[in-house]
Write a protein that binds this ligand. Structure first.
Ligand SMILES: NC(=O)c1ccc[n+]([C@@H]2O[C@H](COP(=O)([O-])OP(=O)(O)OC[C@H]3O[C@@H](n4cnc5c(N)ncnc54)[C@H](OP(=O)(O)O)[C@@H]3O)[C@@H](O)[C@H]2O)c1
Length: 330
């Protein structure tokens, strides 16, 4: 388990809570034999007690405090271990993919499956990593990277057999929702961003949210995973909400409309931009902690998918879902 922040602490809790159900319903037992945070990696072949790990991290401790600490060369230590799966939830590094990309590549090369919540490696080299996993007959799954618990990648890949997605639009970024809403209520842009940070909606560095990039990462993952594309970020036209003023929002309000940061894939074009939509439309109804996707297809009609996720429990559950999908029945 790489990274022990809020996502993986929730996953540890779910693994405890659902232990019996996983065994009974799917024949799966998960033993966490290695844990890593920014201090390095600890290894316990008998499996760590999730309670102890959660207690350490909620107390702001580090794995170097465990007697089973192996040092700070996490990638090398992982290479030396016999394991089936890596859960990856370290911070996003879009520039290089970071340690996550290095570890993913090395794991897939030796047929160790990987489940990620971290978008970095998927945005940087998702198609390549998927091919590597297929070649080496292991799993590479990342449904948590797009809209947390909303199984949108699974729907697109598994549930629309023989269908063609003609158009896909979505609202993927809670911070932008929050800021636009606060501005509507008279709060200025900078204060709205600060407020979003205070309530935990925005990242410590909110520029990725506000600038539209977080939304673009998710659109890229969707396009490359379920629309058969092979995009890089430069193929997406990205405009954030920095140019949206309170006057614009209020004028649209009066006309029964609202402004949302919308990702769209249509006619072979991929865009992220603030867009005016009717308040009564599906996309216009996505508020606050919600995220949603609207899909127009040739044989599956028009489908609408929406999730409310405040704490990352559904994101953590998605990682478990991916793991079970890889191993159940094997
Ligand atoms: N939170 C959500 O709702 C959500 C939803 C979907 C996707 N995600 C993605 O999931 C990932 C994790 O999110 P989070 O909210 O759990 O983040 P977080 O709370 O900031 O935790 C990040 C964890 O990664 C560890 N870490 C940092 N550098 C590392 C390294 N070089 N090697 C090993 N561990 C390292 C940190 O160590 P320390 O504990 O020592 O600082 C921390 O435990 C991110 O990529 C995020 O974008 C999050």
């Amino acid at each position: 388990m790489l990274g022990l922040g809020s996502v993986h602490q929730n996953l540890l809790w779910i693994l405890m809570d659902k232990k019996e159900k996983l065994k009974r319903d799917y024949g799966i037992e998960i033993s966490i034999i290695a844990i890593a945070d920014s201090s390095g990696i600890a290894v316990n072949q008998n499996g760590f007690d999730p309670r102890g790990v959660i207690a350490l991290k909620t107390g702001e401790g580090h794995v170097r405090e465990f007697s089973t600490f192996r040092g700070d060369d996490t990638a090398e230590t992982i290479e030396s271990l016999s394991l089936d799966l890596i859960f990856e939830a370290t911070p996003v590094d879009i520039e290089t993919g970071g340690i996550a990309l290095e570890i993913c590549r090395a794991a897939l090369l030796r047929s160790v499956s990987v489940v990620l919540a971290n978008k970095g490696p998927v945005v940087k080299e998702g198609n390549e990593l998927r091919r590597l996993a297929e070649k080496n007959k292991c799993g590479f799954e990342y449904s948590a990277t797009v809209c947390g618990g909303l199984p949108i990648l699974n729907i697109g890949r598994r549930d629309m057999i023989a269908g063609e997605i003609k158009e896909l639009t979505g609202v993927f970024n809670g911070t932008s929702n929050f800021v636009i809403n606060a501005m509507k209520n008279g709060v200025n842009f900078d204060d709205a961003v600060k407020e979003a940070q205070m309530i935990g909606a925005a990242e410590a560095d909110p520029s990725l949210d506000i600038g539209g990039w977080d939304t673009a990462f998710k659109l890229l993952i969707i396009a490359n995973t379920m629309l058969g594309a092979d995009l890089t970020l430069s193929d997406i036209s990205v405009e954030g909400i920095d140019g949206v003023s309170a006057d614009m929002i209020l004028a649209e309000e009066k006309a029964g409309n609202t402004i949302k940061l919308i990702a769209a894939a249509r006619d072979g074009k991929y865009t992220v931009k603030p867009t005016v939509v009717s308040k009564n439309s599906f996309l216009g109804s996505i508020e606050g902690w919600e995220m949603g996707v609207e899909i127009h297809s040739d044989i599956y009609g028009i489908s609408y998918h929406k999730l409310f996720e405040k704490e990352p429990i559904p994101t953590a559950a998605s990682m478990l879902r991916d793991a079970v999908n890889i191993f159940a029945g094997k």
